[in-house]
Design a protein around this ligand. Structure first.
Ligand SMILES: Nc1ncnc2c1ncn2[C@@H]1O[C@H](COP(=O)(O)OP(=O)(O)OP(=O)(O)O)[C@@H](O)[C@H]1O
Ligand SMILES: [Mg+2]
Length: 352
């Protein structure tokens, strides 16, 4: 666990970057620091591994003040990932990842084997190991950055906007990769971003900071969205707060119709504007409108009992019918959530 106990950072020119910050980042969880530019996120993060020293207050690592640990020792137990990866340009990828093992005096073979294992773990093709950083895409470089930070298997990982320099699609896959890795590794992660969507997706808890380095709210994403502490947090969460909140509401309340799924040889007639054609295993094939039964249109699915209302809504928006196909874990259709059913569920969610 990382504890901030009334931590203040005043730079030499008098700038108060962090002001009386107190919070805990629990072991094995992802704590996200989010807030506008200049609110002290990077300063807070760097005080943990003593790249910056606090002016007042204490930061404790499992109860021990970091100020009492010499920086090299401290940094061996703390991995650090920054924007644009910060790889050494003249070292091959494998040697970049093995940086800390080399520093720890591992023999070269063991260090390289560890590096290869980590490259695989973060989802990189091992062929890339012999390349140099400039020969990799931005997203690949970020993965290498994560692999390098994990090389010595540190219990703590600090990540400062690690995914903000890549395009949205690569960014999404990096976020998913991080969550997958974290499910295996259970590191204590402090993750800095200014993107509220990223904070909500990755954080077990989210600390919203305001300029001047003051904590506006510390809460689980769901609580943050449903109970913003004040106007600043509400503004920061933005107008999409309602939509985002749906990610935390189960699809359980959605009324399903089972009469709208029809077999491939269906010829009509029907009074329904839309019907979902399914194969022999009840896997969806496409929507038809009964007046044009040969034209199958795109559909979207969500897994009943597992996915959120947000996923169900996204599934409906993917389809010209405006309906979402509810499937079981095997992908077989169990029913259809019509636009009316979605409207009802959204109305209930808005009240809750
Ligand atoms: N070395 C320094 N000397 C003086 N002021 C500094 C120094 N480093 C940072 N600051 C100031 O401290 C405040 C917090 O900076 P910090 O880099 O922690 O913000 P941040 O939240 O990480 O911002 P960003 O989202 O832009 O990365 C800012 O006002 C910044 O200008
Ligand atoms: Mg910063």
């Amino acid at each position: 666990m990382i504890t901030f106990d009334s931590v203040t950072k005043r730079y030499a020119d008098g700038t108060v970057a962090v002001d009386g910050l107190s919070l805990e980042a629990p072991t094995g969880e992802i704590t996200v620091f989010v807030g506008p530019s200049g609110c002290g996120k990077t300063t807070s993060l760097r005080m943990i591994n003593r790249m910056i020293d606090a002016t007042e207050g204490k930061i404790l690592l499992d109860g021990t003040p970091v100020q009492g640990i010499d920086p090299p020792t401290l940094r061996r137990s703390i991995g650090y990932v920054i924007q644009q990866a910060g790889l050494f340009p003249h070292r091959k990828i494998v040697d970049n990842v093995a940086t800390v093992p080399y520093l720890l005096g591992w023999d070269k073979k063991k260090a390289r084997a560890r590096a290869m294992e980590l490259l695989e773990r973060v989802g990189l093709d091992l062929k890339l190991a012999e390349r140099y950083p400039f020969q990799l895409s931005g997203g690949q470089q970020q993965r290498v950055g994560v692999a390098r930070a994990l090389a010595a298997d540190p219990p703590v990982l600090l990540m400062d906007e690690p995914f903000s320099a890549v395009d949205p699609i690569v960014r999404t896959s990096l976020q998913e990769e991080l969550l997958r890795l974290q499910a295996e590794l259970n590191k204590t992660i402090v993750f800095v971003t200014h993107d509220i969507d990223e904070a909500i997706k990755l954080g077990d808890q989210v600390a919203v900071l305001r300029v001047g380095g003051r904590l506006a709210q510390l809460a689980a994403p769901k609580t943050l969205l449903s109970q913003p502490a004040d106007e600043f947090v509400r503004e920061f969460l933005g107008h999409d707060r309602g939509i985002r909140r749906l990610s935390f509401i189960s699809d359980g309340g959605l009324r399903l119709r089972t009469d709208l799924a029809v077999p491939e040889d269906f010829t009509g007639p029907s009074d329904e504007p839309w019907l979902l054609v399914v194969d022999g295993a009840r896997k969806p094939l496409g929507w038809i409108s009964p007046d044009r039964p040969s034209e199958r249109l795109p559909y979207g699915t969500y897994v009943k009992g597992r996915d959120s209302l947000r996923t169900a809504l996204d599934a409906a928006l993917l389809s010209p019918s405006g309906c979402a196909a509810a499937v079981d874990e095997s992908g077989a259709v169990v029913g259809v959530a019509t636009r009316e059913a979605l409207d009802e569920a959204l109305a209930v969610a808005a009240d809750g």
